[in-house]
Design a protein around this ligand. Structure first.
Ligand code: V47
Ligand code: SF4
Length: 398
């Protein structure tokens, strides 16, 4: 629910923002039309100032991060030829196609050893040979090998795919996976919900209503999740707002979302980028900051707005800490999906680098767990020695 947020209206240079600033002060919910104004306003700093005030009211100067490792067990995907924005997927016999054996996945997971990794983020393609048993076996083995590590795995699209190939209900799939070790769901697969957009970028992918349905089912079972929106391709401002409204409505209903993460579209090495003639031109920093700020202001029932530095660069991520963001997707070991489509950022960040980034924005870094409980806050001189219960290393990425 919206908080009443102290805010100085004289900071706004666009008069169209004044009624929105007043709603912020009064703790009144923004409408979809307000969201459109926020996206169109020339006063980006005004939008950012409001988002910053809303964020400070919840989190003060604290910025959290978690140490996670991405594992992408298979890039084989039945939708390979229909998700025009994806550069990661392959057909089964195509060059570069892979599916990890259990042994290979475990070897990859062992990169977590000697680090402070507390979460595996596991997503992949819609692979006909990777059904319920494949993931149950994987999760059980990972939990046995790394009992301290949280498993955030399988997007709504993958859950629906497993349900379809196993002829099970989505709820039964979720229950079976939880029993094997699944802790939460990541937010991927949402893209932009608008049917018109999906007709262009992802004709065969699970639609917006079904994405919401899988998350609702998960929340009803007590499985928390994240959500995302892919922006910067062919969507309109109105499409973005429709998407955000669907997320806000579900959050009103269940309260099950942990965080919202807008994802900047990368046009390289995918069909959509070629069709649009956009290769080499990613989203602008201004649009990245605005998407994060609008997320903070419109999604008044979300605690956490996360910026993904791999996608928007560490410089924009740092600035976003003044545009409503309270959490940074910190430490991603061996990220593959964005680096397949032209992300030029490194594939990981060390703890000292992350602390420097957060402190450089005048914020206070804090490490969190996957449920956003703060594990330790870093004082101004702390260099990031391991927490008492963590393995002794400050290297959180390879
Ligand atoms: O759903 C695919 C996106 C998503 C491209 O839940 C692309 O904590 C940009 O959702 N350009 C998967 N994006 C990643 C994801 C995510 C990331 C970090 C944290 C969390 C979380 C979730 O990646 C896909 C799709 O929207 N993606 N191709 C591309 N060309
Ligand atoms: Fe498959 Fe996901 Fe890529 Fe679509 S975006 S082709 S569903 S891996």
């Amino acid at each position: 629910m919206p908080l009443a947020v102290p805010f100085d209206l004289s900071r706004l240079r666009d008069s169209a923002l004044l009624p929105i600033g007043q709603k912020l002060i009064d703790g009144e919910r923004l409408t979809v039309a307000d969201g459109v104004v926020l996206f169109r306003s020339p006063d980006l700093l005004g939008v950012g100032a409001m988002a910053d005030a809303a964020n400070r009211a919840r989190h003060g100067d604290r910025v959290t991060f978690a140490s996670n490792q991405h594992i992408n067990p298979t890039n084989i995907c039945v939708l390979r030829t229909t998700c025009a924005f994806c550069g990661y997927a392959r057909l089964p016999k195509e060059e570069g196609a892979y599916r990890y054996t259990l042994e290979q996945a475990l070897v990859e997971s062992d990169r977590a050893d000697g680090t402070i990794t507390r979460e595996f983020h596991i997503v992949g393609g819609l692979d006909m040979q990777a059904g319920l048993e494949y993931y149950q076996t994987l999760f059980r083995a990972l939990k046995e090998r790394h009992p301290q590590v949280h498993i955030k795995a399988l997007t709504a699209v993958e859950i629906a795919h497993i349900a379809r190939i196993e002829k099970m209900s989505r709820a039964d799939v979720l229950i079976a996976l939880r029993e094997a070790g699944l802790d939460t769901l990541p937010g991927g697969g949402a893209e932009t919900f608008s049917a018109a957009v999906r007709d262009v970028i992802a004709t065969k992918k699970l639609g917006g209503t079904d994405y919401i349905d899988v998350h609702r089912t998960a929340h009803q079972l007590g499985i928390r999740s994240n959500c995302t929106m892919l922006y910067g391709h062919v969507e309109t401002i109105e499409d973005r707002m429709q998407h955000l409204e669907m997320l806000r409505d579900l959050q009103d209903e269940t309260g099950g979302f942990l965080a919202y993460i807008p994802l900047a579209y990368h046009p390289d090495d995918n069909e959509l980028g070629k069709t649009l003639g956009r290769q080499g031109t990613s989203t602008t920093g201004a649009d990245d900051l605005r998407n994060l700020a609008v997320g903070r202001l419109f999604l008044d029932n979300f605690e956490h707005i996360k910026s993904h530095w791999i996608m928007v660069t560490s410089a924009v991520s740092q600035l976003s800490l003044h545009f409503g963001v309270n959490d940074i997707e910190g430490t991603v070991v061996r990220e593959k999906i964005y680096h397949a489509v032209g992300a030029h950022t490194p594939q990981g960040m060390t703890l000292p680098q992350l602390l420097t980034l957060i402190r450089g924005a005048g914020k206070v870094p804090a490490e969190r767990d996957s449920f956003y409980h703060v594990l330790r806050e870093f004082g101004p001189d702390e260099t990031g020695e391991a927490a008492p219960d963590a393995p002794a290393s400050d290297l959180i990425t390879a």
